[in-house]
Design a protein around this ligand. Sequence first.
Ligand code: PBG
Ligand code: ZN
Length: 322
Amino acid sequence: MAHRSRRLRLSSAIRELIAETRIHPSQLVQPYFVQAAEGTSEIPSLPGISRMSINPLLSQIEKDLKNGLRSVLLFGVPESKTPNGLSSKNSDDVIPRAIRDLKKTFGSELIVMSDICLCAYTDHGHCGLMVDSKIHNQNSVDALVAMALNHAEAGVDIVAPSDMMDFRIGAIRQNLDMNNFEDVSILSYAIKHAGAYYGPFRDAAGSSPKFGDRQSYQMDPRNVREGLRDALQDEDQGADFLMIKPALPNLDLISKLKEMTLAPLFAYHVSSEFSSVKAADAKGWISGDQLMREHLISIKRSGADVIVSYAAREALAKGWFS
Ligand code: PBG
Ligand code: ZN
């Protein structure tokens, strides 16, 4: 007998009964840009998101926690940039200061994750260090290892290297363990594509490369096997969590990696995925809230356990998933 499908779509109650995909507020992570200069500054290409100094950051996160948020990912907007991004390993940098204050204020209520990358700290805006106008892998890894230790000493829960240098996961793990930070976890940006998806982020962090592009370290969006291979290697090197970004263009990779790894899988709904919804909504062309919610649902449906999104705060405040 033919199956009468619409019977199971007739009421909201029955649709809720059989819904296969749900997002719990604790599975969302809100990114924050932490600036050294006191106060806040708007980011025109990321509507509703501001760079914040530590005091406004603390009050924003206090509100977010009340709405059910449990995890934050911090990006630094440092005051000074140098060829070797030296302030990334300084304990007075804005990120270790923010980590210390957040852990002191919220303790284990809040999971603090920090981005480990040099692009906001180097004057050339590349994610690694240059020698003879090339990114030098080992020098870059050494600097990232020092940056991760700096954040660990400040009390971070999870370090998240987004630089895409080779062998950084193993090097960071080894150095954390050697310094008795066995309990600090590593969230690897395991599959991260080069391309146009990160524009608004670079406005926010002031981290655009001054010359060239990131194609010699970020991955080619035409490839599947390249990313899966690296992701499994990151897991082998000691990554506790694996992340894929951008999210929507890579739902195929999320589904595939989910079948190949047993590590919790993150997806990063990146800046332009968020901003393009906001821009079209401002023009009145789409219903932004509905579309944003559909973005997050399809990312979850593809297999992501956790979603990092600029829309996390809004999703919780507006009760999209409660
Ligand atoms: C730093 C970093 C970037 C993002 C996360 N970490 C930017 C880049 O690689 O240029 C992008 C996140 C976003 O677009 O929201 N390397
Ligand atoms: Zn970078």
